[in-house]
Design a protein around this ligand. Sequence first.
Ligand code: GDP
Length: 327
Amino acid sequence: MPTALITGVTGQDGAYLSRFLLERGYRVVGLVRRSASSDVMAERLRWLGIVDRVELVDANLLDLSSLIRVIQTAEPDEVYNLAAQSFVAASWQQPILTGTITGIGAVNVMEAIRLVRPQVRFYQASSSEMFGRVQEPVQSERTPFYPRSPYACAKLYAHSMTVNYRESFGMHASSGILFNHESPLRGIEFVTRKITDGVARIKLGLTRHLELGNLDASRDWGHAQDYVAAMWTMLQQDTPDDYVIATGRTMTVRDFCSLAFAHVKLEADEHVRLSNDLVRPAEVNLLLGDPTKARDVLGWTPRTSLESMVAEMVDADLARHRARMAA
Ligand code: GDP
């Protein structure tokens, strides 16, 4: 039975990846920070019905010795580094923390692997935010990076170090440059989930308005469930490499909003309010990925349409709020 170690196991991607690997007969070990609220922490694993099947171990990305200990004891074949301070807007408020966790944290994981178990196959969660002020209308593995936030700068450092560890030490280290990926398990601070949660609350009469920032930003939004399959497939290749994972379709926040409101037969214009406080110091206006390499080399293609994902997310938020109201 192969063993996978996942950092960030309690996040959206960690939960979907755990389920994906469990279905394929893996033993899944998830790394968690010690926290008083461990119950809330495992909420996503519980939602997917797998909380009892993932072994949670305490360690911290900023404590190299704790990572060494976990890799020594868990003896993983594959390590997926999904842990990060991942919310772009918060990265201006906490740039050093973001750099430390999202950037240095990734290098700590690679160092622990190099020192203890160099044969491990390593996956680094890179991000389309690294393209930032995009240098090409459609972004591929060859597009130059231009990060536009402390988060993106930290991710670019981790990405570059992944390439460097592969080239310097021959490590099987791959990096997935994932464009935005959403699901009912997306954190509420991200715009898609904020919208679907807002739509559900408005539909149920719990509130009347939804406050948003820049509606003109465009993103290439896929489904997290499809994207975790790409992570695994990268590590099954003989040769480690970097891949853009995207749908190849982009949509504005405004149009995403319209879709979500239309799903419950409401008009976005009647409920959305603009707030300058939600506009970022520097914006990434447009992201649109070219997943050709992933399709050709990995045989990966996205399966879920944006429309069905929006419906799934709105329905899940309606169900959550109805359950809360009934309780
Ligand atoms: P990101 O692409 O990783 O930054 O993902 P987000 O979901 O946080 O943001 C996507 C886009 O939506 C960005 O261009 C934001 O500026 C824009 N946006 C507009 N209003 C909001 C909002 O209220 N919250 C968030 N998170 N983003 C917003």
